[in-house]
Design a protein around this ligand. Structure first.
Ligand code: BV8
Ligand code: ZN
Length: 247
């Protein structure tokens, strides 16, 4: 039995499957991964821009990077990978998508239960009074100012060196601890603590399915390693799950 069929059978027979996604799921929507080609931003390492220190030093530079990403993401649409994950939730197979991505594309594809570990690029937060606001497009002024106290607004995302939102992390841990199948897609599994979640699931006996065109540290612990792009593999996987469910 090939990996896709085996993975589909495991998903179809699961009672609590969850997904963990990384930037690779949005790559085929044209949203560059952190380490992918980024034009102007190739000069900077994400660890140098997505940090509180970088923001304190040069909020305008950091905001220019985020506004550029907001423009890219606004022009992007969910790709077949996002849509297949929403379909697996609709089939009652996938209980939740835990994502490291901040682009909101899972929600736009129709996924309802999405845990955002690293926040969302379409929200801003005041560094002084904590006011959180939803954006309906890229920020117009740089840096945006708080309408309540005039303080500096930052992207409401988790930067390197910052703790993850308590509620999101606890939900993600609970899902990983209850899963009997975890579908890991498009993540290099380098960023912590998100990278711990597949290990938590595996330690509780979950079947681990890993979809990535490249090798990752998860390969040796995954039950199914499917080498491929999310936009190609996930629609096939969702179709195969539907076929199993009909048998
Ligand atoms: C914290 C939001 C402590 C912002 C992001 C040394 C060892 C271990 C850990 C550390 C260490 N030094 C420092 C740390 C901690 C650090 C960390 O893990 N660093 C890494 C780099 C080693 N972590 C943190 O700082 C975290 N916080 O630890 O706080 C603490 C605790 C309590 C109290 C105070 C402090 C916070 C981490 C969150 C950072 N924010 N994003 C924003 O988006 O702007 S992380 C960001 O990078 C993304 O969210 C993503 O998750 C991550 C990785 O980026 P990418 O590599 O692009 O994406 P991904 O990993 O998903 O890889 C792309 C994959 O897709 C590749 O595998 C590729 O093969 C694949 N792919 C490509 N195309 C496709 C595809 N797959 C499928 N289909 C395709 N078509
Ligand atoms: Zn404020």
């Amino acid at each position: 039995m090939d990996a896709v069929t085996g993975a589909a059978k495991a998903l179809a027979e699961s009672s609590f499957a969850v997904a963990l996604t990384g930037a690779g799921v949005s790559a085929e929507s044209g949203v560059p991964t952190f380490r992918g080609p980024g034009g102007l931003w190739e000069r900077y390492r994400p660890e140098d821009l997505a940090t509180p220190e970088a923001f304190a030093k040069d909020p305008v530079l950091v905001w220019r990077w985020y506004r550029w990403r907001q423009e890219v993401i606004r022009a992007a649409s969910p790709n077949p990978a996002h849509i297949a994950l929403a379909r697996l939730e609709e089939l009652g197979v996938l209980k939740a998508v835990i994502t490291q991505n901040v682009d909101g594309l899972h929600q736009r594809a129709g996924s309802r239960r999405v845990v955002e570990l690293h926040g969302n690029i379409w929200r801003v937060r005041c560094v002084s009074c904590g006011l959180v606001e939803a954006l309906d497009g890229p920020v117009s002024e740089i840096p945006p100012r708080c309408k309540r106290c005039g303080g500096l607004m930052r992207p409401d995302v988790v930067w390197f060196g910052e703790p993850l939102p308590q509620k999101a992390w606890e939900e993600a841990l609970a899902y990983a601890g209850s899963a009997d199948v975890m579908l890991v897609v498009g993540t290099s599994a380098l960023v912590h603590p998100a990278a711990l979640l597949p290990r938590v699931a595996k330690s509780r006996g979950a079947v681990l399915i890993n979809i990535n065109p490249a090798e990752t540290p998860l390969d040796e612990m995954a039950d199914f390693n499917i080498r491929g792009r999310a936009g190609e593999v996930l629609p096939k996987l969702a179709q195969a799950v539907e076929a199993w469910l009909r048998t």
